[in-house]
Design a protein around this ligand. Structure first.
Ligand SMILES: Nc1ncnc2c1ncn2[C@@H]1O[C@H](COP(=O)(O)OP(=O)(O)OP(=O)(O)O)[C@@H](O)[C@H]1O
Ligand SMILES: [Mg+2]
Length: 418
């Protein structure tokens, strides 16, 4: 055990990710090991009935689901989750690249931490109106005078310091509703993390971020995108279609209940008809005492396929809008529970015309194996995100990529996204 680890209180080594999703609230507790390695020691999940399309719409129900998820995770971990890294999602969130610059005091002076602080403040002041909050400030590069492409500006001499950063902001009320729900469950919010940023943490590989890849998190209520190239996040978007839309379509098309439609979708559903064998039949239970019926599996596909096409057409539009269509040799990584529908990666590949793979979180240990399912990508990603942040702050690395967080309490996040 190294010296820093020995000094740490057990409480400081506990990290908890809390994913407040549309279909489930999931808490994952981990223990920080060496560096930013984290061992998963507890998990709890509870059905979510107070969230719609990623946004809290009923606080008491959300509080109850948070309590249940946290209690279950604490029971398994045999420890308390004192504070949590919480996911945030919704159509109110937007991201944009901004450039700001400030004069350095004195004619020719070394860049100091305090100058970076002023720069961040300036970035926040120009972009955020009264009812929006900054979730993440992700620096891309600094400029000192005419020199661009600088990643570690501290100590460099110059007269003017500039910053190009990707700012992710959200509307205050939905963000406050998340914080309030967590507070009412008697837990402290350590930090808020954009859902697709957390999922990317869990499922994107380093070379994918470098090459250029679009992450597509297909949740229950919506699908969240994040485009990465050259190790940086470049674009985010939300498409208003998730797994629940597929289930609703099936329920209507098969005249069956939502729970039955959900089960049929998971067991027999397929998003691409060309993948099916001829003449496959399945038994569909009737509702309200009606007789069950035999239907060809192709019939399910005829209902699900148009929805999948619509989803990936909207994703494709967003990729077009981003301007990065030609810069995605890493293809697409689909994750979230919706990615589990058979044929989803195939139809995504056909519509987007890029290689597509399914992103499963991959953590060691017994619990890690249990959580190797795309419905847990965000929860695991929150844990990994928290572990990196805690490791960086406890080691007190002055040049840490994560160290900038402490510069300004005004910002929820400040890190190089590599
Ligand atoms: N095996 C499966 N086959 C098909 N769909 C599945 C499967 N397992 C889960 N799903 C779908 O995944 C969706 C839930 O995914 P996920 O758990 O990622 O959502 P969430 O995080 O709660 O929602 P959101 O991210 O939209 O807030 C549901 O619509 C569910 O039907
Ligand atoms: Mg989700």
């Amino acid at each position: 055990m190294n010296y820093l680890m020995a000094k740490k209180e057990p409480r400081e080594r506990i990290i908890t990710g809390l994913d407040i999703g549309t279909t489930k609230v999931c808490a994952v507790i981990g223990e920080l090991g060496y560096g930013s390695k984290v061992d998963i020691i507890g998990i709890g999940s509870s059905p979510s009935r107070g969230v719609r399309r990623g946004v809290v719409v009923n606080i008491p129900r959300t509080v109850e689901a948070i309590r249940q998820a946290i209690e279950a995770a604490e029971g398994m971990a045999k420890t308390k989750a004192h504070s949590v890294y919480v996911s945030v999602a919704g159509a109110h969130i937007s991201g944009a690249t901004n450039y700001v610059s400030i004069d350095l005091p004195g004619q020719n002076q070394e860049v100091r931490h305090s100058d970076i602080q002023s720069l961040i403040d300036a970035a926040g002041d120009i972009t955020v109106s009264q009812n929006r909050e900054i979730l993440h400030v992700i620096p891309r590069e600094y400029t000192v005078d005419d020199q661009d492409g600088i990643h570690e500006p501290i100590g460099i001499f110059g007269a003017r310091l500039g910053l190009k950063a990707f700012l992710i902001t959200g509307s205050s009320p939905p963000i406050q509703n998340v914080i309030k729900s967590v507070r009412q469950a008697n837990i402290k919010t350590e930090d808020l993390v954009l859902q697709q940023l957390a999922s990317a943490e869990a499922v994107l590989q380093a070379d994918e971020r470098e090459l250029g890849t679009v992450l597509i998190d297909i949740g229950g209520g919506a699908t969240d995108l994040a485009i990465y190239t050259k190790n940086h996040i470049r674009y985010i978007a939300v498409v208003p279609i998730g797994g629940e839309h597929f289930t609703n379509d099936l329920s209507i098309g098969l005249h069956t209940s939502i729970p039955d439609a959900e089960e049929i979708k998971r067991r027999f559903g397929c998003a691409m008809s060309t993948l099916l064998l001829e003449n496959e039949k399945i038994e569909v239970p009737g509702i309200g005492g009606k007789q069950s019926q035999q239907v060809p599996r192709k019939f399910l596909c005829n209902i699900l396929e148009p929805r999948a096409q619509e989803l990936f057409e909207l994703v494709d539009e967003e990729i077009g809008k981003s301007g990065y269509r030609k810069l995605l040799p890493g293809g697409a990584v689909i994750t979230g529970g919706g990615s589990l529908l058979a044929g989803m990666s195939e139809i995504a590949g056909e519509k987007l015309e890029i290689p597509v793979r399914c992103g499963f979180p991959d953590q060691p240990g017994e619990l890690g194996e249990m959580l190797a399912n795309p419905i847990y990508s965000t929860s695991i990603g929150l844990l990994m995100y928290g572990a990196k942040r805690k490791a960086a702050s406890s080691e007190n690395r002055p040049t840490s990529k994560f160290d900038y967080r402490s510069i300004s309490s005004k910002f929820r996040d400040w890190f190089f996204n590599t």
